[in-house]
Ligand binder design. Structure first.
Ligand SMILES: Cc1cc2nc3c(=O)[nH]c(=O)nc-3n(C[C@H](O)[C@H](O)[C@H](O)COP(=O)(O)OP(=O)(O)OC[C@H]3O[C@@H](n4cnc5c(N)ncnc54)[C@H](O)[C@@H]3O)c2cc1C
Length: 128
C-alpha cells in the first residue's frame, strides 16, 4: 500500500538486469503492488555478462543466457506484468503517465501509475 492507503501501481521501464531486479525487490516489499515492467526488446531478462562467453563458444546455447525465460513465468511466479516488445516513448511526470508503443500490435497505449521507475540507461530526453 502507498502512503495514501491506496494500492500502489508501478511501471518499470526496461527489463534485463536492473528492471527485473527492481521488479523482484518491489514484489518482496509488497505483495499487493501492481507492477508492470516494459522491455522494448524480445527478452524479459537475460545474462548480459554471459554474452562474451556465448560469442566465444564457451556457453554453447543462447537459451542458457536466459535468467527468466518468459513473460508468463514473471506473471506466474512473481505476479509481475512483464511486457516485451513494448517501448516507453514518452513520460509525463505531471500526469504520471507513460506512453507505450506495442510493437506486435503496432499500437500505442497510456498507463497511469503512482510511480514510474526508469531502468533503461536512458538520457532525460523524455518530455513532461
Ligand atoms: C557484454 C557485457 C558483459 C558484461 N559483463 C559484466 C560482468 O562480468 N560483471 C558485471 O558486474 N557486469 C557486467 N556487465 C554489465 C551488466 O550486465 C550491466 O550492469 C547491466 O547490463 C546493466 O543492466 P541494466 O538492466 O541496468 O541495463 P541494460 O542491460 O541496458 O537494460 C536496459 C533495458 O532497457 C530497455 N529499454 C531501453 N529503453 C527502453 C524504453 N524506452 N522502453 C522499454 N525498454 C527500454 C533495453 O532494451 C534494455 O534491455 C556486462 C555487460 C555487457 C553488455
Amino acid at each position: 500500500m502507498g502512503l495514501t492507503g491506496k494500492r500502489m501501481k508501478v511501471i518499470i521501464v526496461g527489463g534485463v538486469a536492473g528492471g527485473a531486479s527492481c521488479a523482484a525487490r518491489l514484489r518482496r516489499l509488497d505483495e499487493n503492488t501492481e507492477i508492470i515492467m516494459v522491455e522494448r526488446g524480445p527478452y524479459v531478462s537475460y545474462a548480459n555478462c554471459g554474452l562474451p562467453y556465448h560469442i566465444s563458444g564457451v556457453i554453447a546455447k543462447e537459451s542458457s543466457l536466459m535468467v527468466v525465460a518468459s513473460e508468463g513465468m514473471f506473471r506466474g511466479v512473481f505476479g509481475i506484468d512483464a511486457r516485451t516488445n513494448c517501448e516507453a516513448i514518452a513520460i509525463s511526470r505531471k500526469e504520471k503517465t507513460v506512453q507505450l508503443l506495442l510493437f506486435n500490435l503496432l499500437a500505442q497505449h497510456y498507463e497511469r501509475r503512482s510511480a514510474i521507475i526508469t531502468s533503461n540507461l536512458a538520457s532525460s530526453e523524455w518530455g513532461g
